[in-house]
Design a protein around this ligand. Structure first.
Ligand code: MF3
Ligand code: CO
Ligand code: CO
Length: 309
């Protein structure tokens, strides 16, 4: 029987223990430990995944209702108030309220036209020609789900339609590359390839992020070209949320509220966001589906009726 220090059977000349010595395959536990130690990435357990899936479904359901309510005449403050009531009814917490420094003042982000992200709801009614991103992050039983969509109000300019469509396409192309073994950098590659070939720019001052156990976890998920070669592994959960501009990529943060990011050239920007789970065979979009039974029709129609009052 061959011993550890014998020459390897493959005739490499190396000792067996340094050559074809059978390695224990890495168990999922040691892989999770390696990811936490090397990158700070928390690989989620089956139990955590079930809870995060739930939080994601709640966030997607609330976002779905808010998007239906967004039309000409609706203020973003009214959307914020619906978000508060919907979170209450779902026994969920809106993550943005009080988050960060200075504390974010509202329960959702609403980013209009040239606003890239982190827009703060206010009393300006939406009007024909606006595009608005509504971003919902919900906490359910301590777990987080994060998603956003664009809503267009009436007839919009070609330039605005271009960024709305390009950011949607970028998100979905990026989701398609997500599977075990793919590098994080693949995401930015497909997004910037698509955006730049459609005369759009990709914001690089804000990124997607790990999510689930807290609001913003490692890793960062850049939407622009990058060299982050961390391989995706089953149990990773992160957002993809490309911000695509009609003009320059540069963002300027509002000096007064310290949150709202606008395009430097004031040209339009658009963003769509999903929370993604890496599975054994590919990915699952955790914020894709709504829970039809979360809110009763009666509650939703009363909420919708409260609009006019
Ligand atoms: N939901 C945003 C994201 O996609 C973050 C908003 S931070 C807040 O990461 F404080 F503005 F809510
Ligand atoms: Co996010
Ligand atoms: Co978000």
């Amino acid at each position: 029987m061959i011993q550890r220090n014998d020459p390897c059977w493959c005739q490499s000349g190396k000792k067996w223990k340094k050559c074809h010595w059978p390695q224990e395959p890495l168990s999922t536990e040691t892989l999770a430990q390696k990811y936490e130690k090397s990158y700070g990435i928390l690989i989620k357990t089956e139990e955590q995944i079930r809870s995060i899936r739930r939080a994601c479904r709640v966030a997607a359901t609330i976002l779905d209702f808010l998007c239906e309510m967004a039309e000409a005449g609706t203020t973003t403050n009214a959307l914020d108030r619906y978000a508060v009531l919907l979170h209450q009814k779902a026994h969920a917490i809106a993550a943005p309220l009080g988050y960060g420094e200075p504390p974010f003042p509202k329960s959702i982000c609403t980013s209009l036209n040239e606003e890239i992200c982190h827009g703060i709801p206010d009393d300006r009614p939406l009007q024909e020609g606006d595009i608005v991103n509504i971003d919902v992050t919900s906490i359910v039983d301590g777990f987080y789900g994060d998603c956003s969509r664009m809503v267009t109000i009436g007839k919009i300019s070609e330039e605005k339609q271009k960024v709305v469509d390009a950011s949607y396409e970028c998100l979905h192309r990026a989701i398609e590359v997500c599977r075990p073994g793919a590098g994080i950098a693949e995401i930015g590659r497909v997004i910037e390839d698509y955006a730049s070939s459609h005369a759009c720019s990709v914001v690089n001052q804000f990124v997607g992020h790990g999510v689930g156990i807290s609001f913003h976890e490692p890793p960062q998920i850049p939407h622009h070209y990058n060299r982050i070669d961390i391989p995706m592994v089953p149990g990773m959960i992160f957002t993809i949320e490309p911000m695509i501009n009609a003009g320059v990529r540069d963002a300027v943060i509002d000096p007064k509220n310290k949150w709202t990011a606008r395009t430097k050239d004031m040209k339009p920007s658009a963003q769509w966001e999903h929370t993604i789970l890496i599975t054994e065979t590919g990915h699952e979009v955790l914020t894709a589906d709504v829970d039809e039974n979360l809110f009763s029709q009666d509650f939703l129609s009363k909420l919708a009726a409260s609009k006019s009052s």
